[in-house]
Ligand binder design. Structure first.
Ligand code: ADP
Ligand code: ZN
Ligand code: ZN
Length: 745
């Protein structure tokens, strides 16, 4: 029973940082919870505030602390839910309450939501022209300038007129009074899709789709809120299932959130929702300013929208009566936050749904191992869509062994087989996608003659290249020098694989000078719309070959693509990450799904040094279940999630000595805690260098802990936090926690 409560008095977002501490009177001790709205004395007034933290540590002189007066018990405002959710996130992912609050409550822009004014011509252009002649004759230069411009543009922004044109506001108003122009004010909240045309909707679900919908709704209508995993290949009609569920929820005056990875949030996707639900839909994306996002959240809160679609952060839309959360492409790594709190949108969605008595529907063609495991164990309910709506065969898939190519003297990035098929497609005027699944910085070392990869003897993940010809395991700290020859076959062709998209473009242009080539990677998509531009240029057949990273495997449909080449499938296989095989399987399956979407049959060529690897073999066969079984074997043996849980603790500091010592002592402390801990087994490894051991002159060390039970890890985190808090040795060391890391530190 906590004795003190930290409270934010005003929920206006600029003041989220400021909390006040109050005493919890004994009569409230049992009832008070994080997120609750309470009455408090403030100065000589009585105000309301939100409880954001309950604690036994007084931060001020106890004698001076005032008491909470009571709980505002009427309706629970949406803020309470979100604050409670922030409390849950802080507890389960670490970090401070303020960091958690800032994640769930959108930041209001400092300046007020501006009224957006535009000026239009109010008379017929012919009339306006004679008016213009008159103004010129009278030497009313400012008025003439505005009218002349309006004759060209029909409509101008107020700011453009007063700025660039140098025409004052009073001149505009005067012309408005004369009936020459009209000033129109835009609505307060910007709705990014309000100018679209709604097409209407007529699709009847097929039997499988209807069964999935019925299963969810039977529970929903009975007041049972579960989590469902819809597993169905691309094109099996998952999106239609989502929309049917949303329609049901919205008809009952409740609201829905749809999470879609940003990269898949294309114009087509948005239009499908818009065609069915009109402007009750609002869209969020990361290109929006804080103010634009805030507007959308206000619309949600005020009941102006029923559906919010967006990436991870859309999860926190302040809907007053949330009924449904959809997470499409639930396996995507972008659902895990890379900043504190490092929350996973899937777990957080389930928690939010629990608070709101809402349902959660996850969807994917290649579910994450985590989710499929939970579906198998009955925690989620599995719903499968086995057929594609328009019966189209999956493309034929070939695997090319790059070791054989090398033996035959072909050192190019393009295998003979891929080159041959490319020639064929180019001759037929069909399109090609070349895909390299490169990710992150961590370089592994492999033998180009036999495919051998240098791995950690203890962790079965690849060792990472570090400066000084060193190789390090990021899970246990094992270290060895980089070998000069392959330990397996003795070949000298052992090195890090370094080819990027640019290099590939060069090779392709040399080999096929007549082909039109587009490249898509972080370089070519840096500007705002770059990503969408390249994809639509390719969709419009302005190029024959599209080269890119994993960005190109999602989003658009390219009916003319009949060949997909995966250049080095192993690249994503050997990053030092226990999820590497899962990631590879997903990427390959998705890349393969890009070929043959139109009338023409497609082919896929997967080039690899490791053709026997189960993630590649199963991707070739498009066999999810078989992949899953083999992957689970590996995860069980090595105690990785989802069988076990894992926590990484990052320690970072400007001084190497300080962080080494601090991390070491923290590890010892945690080890001691583990020994004393009565609950189940835990293992601790490290500290070891982080994957990126130094960033901006800040040194980074990581400690890893594995435990069967998630809660055990949460307790270990609490213990670490207690140890570090107020400990002078740690005042210059930043500590971060990451539960079941994706990618990791
Ligand atoms: P997924 O989300 O699984 O990739 P979609 O929902 O996008 O699948 O469906 C693929 C295509 O099939 C879309 O163009 C969609 O409009 C269409 N479609 C889906 N279900 C039906 C149906 N029951 N009847 C007709 N067309 C459908
Ligand atoms: Zn070798
Ligand atoms: Zn190791």
């Amino acid at each position: 029973m906590a004795q003190f409560a930290n409270i934010i008095v005003d929920i206006s977002q600029e003041k989220l940082d400021k909390t006040f501490q109050y005493r919890v009177p004994p009569r409230l001790e049992k009832r008070l919870e994080i997120g609750m709205q309470v009455y408090i004395p403030f100065g000589n007034r009585r105000l309301t505030g939100y409880v954001i933290e309950l604690t036994d540590t007084a931060e001020y002189d106890i004698a001076k602390l005032k008491e909470i007066q009571g709980i505002v018990s009427e309706s629970i405002p949406i803020e309470s839910h979100l604050i409670a959710l922030a409390g849950w996130m802080r507890q389960n992912y670490g970090g401070t309450m303020n960091q958690a609050l800032k994640t769930v409550i959108p930041v209001k822009e400092k300046k007020k939501v501006q009224e957006h004014k535009r000026v239009r011509l109010a008379m017929h252009p012919v009339e306006a022209k004679s008016e213009l002649a008159e103004l010129i004759r009278k030497h009313s230069t400012a008025r003439a300038r505005l009218l002349e411009e309006l004759l060209k543009e029909q409509e101008l922004e107020w700011e453009v007129i007063t700025g660039k044109l140098g025409v004052s506001g009073s001149v505009i108003r005067a012309m408005e009074e004369l009936g020459i122009v009209r000033v129109v004010a835009e609505t307060k909240y910007r709705n990014p899709i309000k100018n679209l045309k709604q097409k209407g909707y007529d699709i009847t679900l097929n039997e499988e789709q209807q069964q999935a919908v019925d299963a969810v709704l039977a529970d929903y209508d009975a007041g049972v809120c579960g989590t469902y995993l819809v597993k169905g290949v691309t094109g099996s009609g998952k999106t239609e299932v989502y929309m049917e569920l949303i329609a049901h929820v919205v008809a009952q005056k409740r609201q829905a959130i749809v999470l879609i990875p940003e990269i898949a949030l294309t114009y087509q996707t948005v239009m499908r929702f818009y065609n069915r639900f009109g402007d009750r839909v609002s869209i969020l994306n990361s290109r929006m300013s804080a103010g634009e996002r805030y507007d959308q959240f206000l619309r949600a809160k005020n009941g102006e929208t029923d559906i919010v679609i967006g990436p991870r952060s859309a999860l926190f839309a302040p809907f007053p009566d949330l009924g449904l959360i959809i997470i499409d492409e639930e396996h995507e790594t972008s659902y895990k936050s890379e900043t504190v709190p490092r929350y996973h949108a899937r777990e957080t969605a389930i928690e939010r749904a629990k608070m709101a008595e809402a349902s959660v529907v996850l969807g994917s063609a290649t579910p994450s191992v985590d989710s499929f495991y939970k579906a198998k164990s009955g925690e989620y309910r599995l719903l499968e869509l086995k057929q594609r709506v328009r019966e189209k065969p999956l493309p034929a898939c070939e695997v090319v062994d790059l070791r054989e190519e090398l033996k035959r003297g072909n050192r190019s990035i393009l295998s003979d087989r891929l080159t041959e098929l490319m020639e064929d497609r180019l001759a037929k005027g069909q399109q090609i996608m070349l895909f390299i699944n490169r990710r992150g910085l961590s370089g592994f070392v492999s033998c180009r003659a036999c495919g051998h990869v240098i791995k950690c003897p203890h962790c079965d993940v690849s060792l990472s290249q570090h400066s000084g010809a060193k190789m390090i395991c990021h899970y246990c700290g094992y270290e060895q020098p980089e070998p000069a020859v392959c330990p397996s076959c003795g070949s000298k062709h052992i090195s890090g694989f370094r080819a990027g998209t640019q290099k590939i473009e060069l090779v392709v242009r040399q080999r096929f000078p007549q082909a039109r080539v587009l490249r898509m990677d972080t370089d070519t998509t840096r500007n705002k719309e770059g990503h969408e531009q390249i994809l639509s240029a390719f969709a419009n057949q302005e190029a024959d070959i599209l080269i890119g990273t994993q960005m190109i495997v999602k989003g658009h449909d390219f009916p003319q693509v009949t060949l997909v080449g995966v250049l080095a499938a192993d690249l994503s296989l050997h990053v030092s990450d226990y999820r590497a095989s899962e990631r590879t399987f997903q990427l390959l399956t998705q890349a393969a799904g890009r070929a043959g979407r139109g009338q023409l049959p497609g082919a896929v060529v997967i080039q690899t040094y490791d053709p026997g690897h189960y993630s590649i073999e199963n991707a070739k066969m498009q066999d999810y279940e078989s992949f899953y079984c083999q992957e689970m074997e590996y995860r069980s043996i090595l105690c990785y999630p989802p069988v076990w849980n894992m926590l990484s603790v990052l320690c970072a500091s400007k001084t190497e000595e300080e962080v080494s010592q601090g991390a070491k002592r923290l590890a010892e402390q945690m080890e001691e805690y583990i020994d004393l801990h009565p609950k189940g087994k835990m293992y601790l490894f490290g500290p070891t260098d982080a994957a990126v051991a130094k960033v901006n002159d800040v040194y980074r060390k990581v400690i890893y802990i594995k435990a069967k039970d998630y809660q055990t890890l949460v307790e270990a985190k609490d213990g670490a936090e207690r140890f570090v808090r107020g400990n002078g040795d740690y005042k210059d060391i930043a500590i971060q926690f990451d539960f079941n890391p994706v990618g990791g530190f």
